[in-house]
Design a binder for this molecule. Structure first.
Ligand code: ZN
Ligand code: ZN
Length: 191
């Protein structure tokens, strides 16, 4: 089963489309300090973080995501030398998605903030419930009851299975963020 989700930045310059494919994604909250720092860097905490400081992400395969307009407004930052690439718009400082540094890895964490949902119910209907809340030890205030303090070991086999399946089926490409093996825009470092 495949459903489509419209993607757009706050000012409307960047638009795209995402396929939601049953069994090929994780709908998660990341409470880590890097995601919180990134939201502060973009100056967009109100849109990006919930009351605990969680970032809502939809982790899937790059081949399922398309940018249809405004490619020129997309750029990336890296918070730490080994850190992921955090792609965002420069027109309105909206988070777009996170990738690892290698184009060969079938992984993209699409920001739910970049998705066009009218309300939380629409989000739930399209993406299903959040199945993992990770790095709760960095939460603002109390840790949400259903969050793991770090990253649960029990989740590792699922991630590994996802990666292997994505690689075997070639879902690492095409990616909106890499031309062959090169990032589509320069990646700025913040360290
Ligand atoms: Zn914009
Ligand atoms: Zn994080």
């Amino acid at each position: 089963m495949v459903s489509k989700v419209a993607l757009a930045c706050a000012c409307g310059a960047v638009k795209g489309e995402l396929d939601v494919v049953a069994g090929d994604y994780f709908h998660v909250h990341c409470l880590c300090c890097d995601c919180q720092r990134y939201a502060r860097h973009l100056g967009n905490e109100a849109a990006m973080l919930d009351e605990y400081g969680a970032t809502e992400l939809f982790q899937t395969y790059p081949a399922y995501m398309k940018i249809t307009q405004g490619h020129e407004y997309i750029q990336a930052v890296q918070l730490t030398p080994k850190g992921i690439y955090r792609w965002h718009t420069r027109c309105c400082q909206m988070p777009v998605a996170n990738t690892v540094k290698s184009a060969g890895v079938p992984f993209v964490g699409v920001s739910v903030t970049f998705m066009q949902f009218a309300n939380e119910q629409e989000t739930l209907t399209a993406l299903g419930p959040v199945t993992l809340k990770a790095f709760g030890k960095y939460a603002k205030g109390n840790i949400p009851e259903d969050a793991h303090p770090r990253f649960p070991v029990s989740f590792m086999p699922k991630i590994l299975g996802f990666m292997i399946k994505g690689r075997l089926t070639g879902k690492h490409k095409p990616s909106p963020f890499f031309n062959a093996t090169n990032p589509v825009a320069p990646v700025r470092t913040l360290y």
